[in-house]
Design a protein around this ligand. Structure first.
Ligand code: AMP
Length: 383
């Protein structure tokens, strides 16, 4: 058991690490972050920030000797880095879980092997593979790079046979995966936590909407049937058990128009759709990660009220500083800003959460607050 006063090492330094570090510090732990960047969202609230390449194994060795346990907020850490870390200290989740989930092809093969529902897919190495796969899966379909991809990066939707060549070129020599396009009714996720004893907790089903492939709004509880709710939680529980998972995990699903669930992705860490748990639940997804990796009992996932979250992307800075005070005029809106210095388009800069008596009301509150952030700028444009 790793007790308060100990030091948690975390690979990655973004907003997920920041919120993890805030929770860890609340409980009296020290936090040491490792990433190639400086003055990062996590580094700003951690006790120590190491800036080094993930492949710099000497730095990795120094880092892991100063911490009591290692976890991640970013899964694309090289396998060798994790192997070296594991020589010195416990690492959660395990290297093989990261190996599976950091590559879409390995992840889909894992789902297939264990009988978890997923969209049909094919492995793509050559243009011939792609042409054949397009014939087999039919149009439309989505070509994705197998490795390192998130928020729709490295994805091309193919709607006509003429587009295959360009889509293949977009892979730029990387290994690919072609997926049948899922004409889903909605997207949902289940965020859960599991500890070494196999205790499992979850936050029910969260409903998500995306804009330009990036998560835009999440709310909980999702508007799904009891059957879908039970199945989504059961699949998530089984995935966590098969991995022997320790930490917070998120399973993202497509819900088809026939009310069938298909697993889209597994995130071996706290997830953007679970950010609302920070304000809306007795124990946030970040605190669960801490409790799980420290081998402590997991906390209650009870929601105080229905909740919604709206992401704030760099786009809202394009006409100047957003009107924070206007957005905060609604008293039960909570603002989270990640401390990133540069507001690039599409970059996640923060989020807004609201609790209300219904999910509709919570969604209305977060979208209204977000709109108010740029209302002055829009007024200038209209004039
Ligand atoms: P991903 O990075 O794979 O999670 O994709 C980001 C978003 O793109 C998803 O949340 C969906 O909105 C959309 N998307 C990805 N794959 C598919 C698919 N096979 N069919 C339909 N939409 C997809």
């Amino acid at each position: 058991m790793i007790l308060p006063g100990s030091t948690i090492g975390i690979f990655g330094s973004g907003q997920l690490g920041r919120m993890f570090a805030i929770e860890a510090r609340k409980m009296g732990y020290r936090v040491h972050t490792f990433s190639p960047d400086t003055d990062t969202p996590t580094g700003q609230v951690a006790d120590i920030e190491t800036t080094a390449d993930y492949n710099d194994l000497d730095e990795v060795r120094k880092f892991v000797q100063k911490v009591d346990v290692v976890t991640f907020e970013f899964e694309n850490v090289p396998a060798e880095t994790i192997r070296v870390a594991e020589e010195f200290v416990e690492v959660h989740p395990k290297g093989d879980v990261l190996h599976t989930t950091q590559n879409r092809l390995r992840e889909k093969n894992f789902l297939k092997k264990h009988g978890f529902p997923h969209a049909r897919f094919r492995h793509i190495q050559t243009l011939e593979d792609l042409n054949q796969a397009v014939e087999e899966l039919g149009l439309p379909c989505v070509l994705k790079t197998a490795g390192f991809g998130y928020d729709g990066k490295g994805q091309t939707k193919i709607t006509s046979p003429e587009q295959t060549k360009q889509a293949y070129t977009n892979l730029a020599g990387q290994e690919g995966i072609l997926e049948a396009f899922v004409d889903f009714a909605k997207e949902v996720s289940v965020v859960c936590a599991r500890n070494k004893k196999g205790e499992f907790v979850h936050y029910g089903v969260i409903e998500n909407s995306h804009h330009n492939h990036i998560l835009d709004i999440s709310f909980a509880p999702a508007k799904v049937s009891d059957k879908v709710r039970r199945e989504a939680i059961e699949i998530t529980h089984q995935i966590a058990d098969v991995f022997g998972y320790v930490g917070t995990l998120c399973v993202e699903f497509f819900l088809t128009k026939k009310d069938e669930l298909l697993v889209n992705e597994i995130a071996p860490r706290p997830h953007n759709s679970g950010h609302l748990t920070f304000d809306a639940c007795i124990t946030s997804q970040f605190e669960q990660q801490l409790r799980a990796v420290c081998d402590l009992p997991l906390g209650s996932t009870e929601f105080y009220k229905p909740a919604a979250m709206a992401n704030l992307l760099g786009d809202i800075w394009q006409f100047g500083e957003p009107s924070w005070s206007k957005a905060l005029e609604t008293p039960n809106v909570k603002l989270h800003i990640y401390g990133k210095s540069e507001a690039r388009r599409g970059r996640k800069m923060g989020h807004i959460t609201a609790l209300a008596d219904s999910t509709e009301e919570a969604v209305e509150l977060v979208t209204t607050a977000r709109r108010k952030l740029t209302e002055n700028a829009s007024a200038i444009l209209v004039r």
